[in-house]
Design a protein around this ligand. Structure first.
Ligand SMILES: C[S@@+](CC[C@H](N)C(=O)[O-])C[C@H]1O[C@@H](n2cnc3c(N)ncnc32)[C@H](O)[C@@H]1O
Length: 224
């Protein structure tokens, strides 16, 4: 493993769970999110669907896959599944991380559209990975955290076993609380990493950060 420049732990002026979290999540839960879907994302989604159909297998989503290291790792770990890694950054996706297994693909798309398209098409991942999402630690940036975004109800409705990892515990504590508003109990525990599966995980582990993992089975009936 090569050494990288140590990264600083996340710091935030926000001391506890955001005081607007419940209000924001409830608003998103009860109002539909109507932002038009971009053609570019529709095409990317169709491409992903074709690649999956050609290979077969149950679905794993690796949302915000960065350079796709986790997509490759998951594809090897779950050879009977098809793993779709999605990221909006062409720059990250273009970085070479060796051969992509047959049961995986990397797709450039915005998740805000991709998840809604997947839901509308009836996709249902067995596992959904959301590894080290951008923390957006400024208090005013709640809406940039996935649980504070209007697309969060669609992510929840997609179902599957969600695993999100972060080096900012508060991010996952908020996600855990947001999920309770959908009637979902999530487990949040410290993560001990022997063999990092993403570059961010490796960087944070090497820098001595505490890492956290949230897991939630999303397939439950949501309260009215
Ligand atoms: C902190 S990086 C983590 C990357 C990777 N999961 C890892 O652990 O190495 C967050 C990633 O999420 C991607 N991302 C953020 N918002 C996105 C969106 N709306 N649609 C697609 N990708 C997004 C970014 O491009 C970035 O690659």
């Amino acid at each position: 493993m090569h050494k990288e420049t140590p990264s600083r732990p996340v710091t935030s002026q926000q001391e506890g769970i955001h005081d607007k979290l419940e209000e924001v999540v409830q608003r998103h839960r009860t109002h539909s999110f109507c932002k038009p879907i971009a053609d570019f994302n529709r095409q990317a989604f169709e491409q992903a669907g074709e690649l999956w159909q050609r290979q077969g297998g149950a679905l794993i989503l690796d949302s915000g896959c960065g350079v796709g290291a986790s997509t490759r790792n998951l594809a090897r770990q779950f050879p009977e599944h098809f793993v779709i890694g999605v990221d909006r950054s062409d720059h990250r996706l273009q970085r070479q991380w060796g051969e992509l297994p047959e049961n995986a693909c990397l797709i450039r798309a915005d998740l805000v559209d991709f998840w809604r398209l997947a839901l509308a098409a009836g996709w249902r991942p067995d596992y959904h990975y959301l590894l080290y999402p951008n923390p957006s630690p400024k208090k005013k940036d709640l809406k940039l955290r996935w649980h504070g975004h209007p697309v969060f109800p669609d992510l929840v409705a997609l179902g599957g076993l969600l695993e999100s990892r972060s080096n900012w515990k508060l991010y996952l504590q908020e996600m855990q609380q947001a999920l309770t508003l959908f009637g979902i109990n999530a487990r949040l525990e410290p993560l001990v990493v022997d063999d990092p599966i993403t570059p961010f995980e490796r960087k944070y582990a090497q820098s001595g950060h505490e890492l956290w993992s949230l897991q939630a089975q999303l397939d439950v009936n949501t309260p009215d």
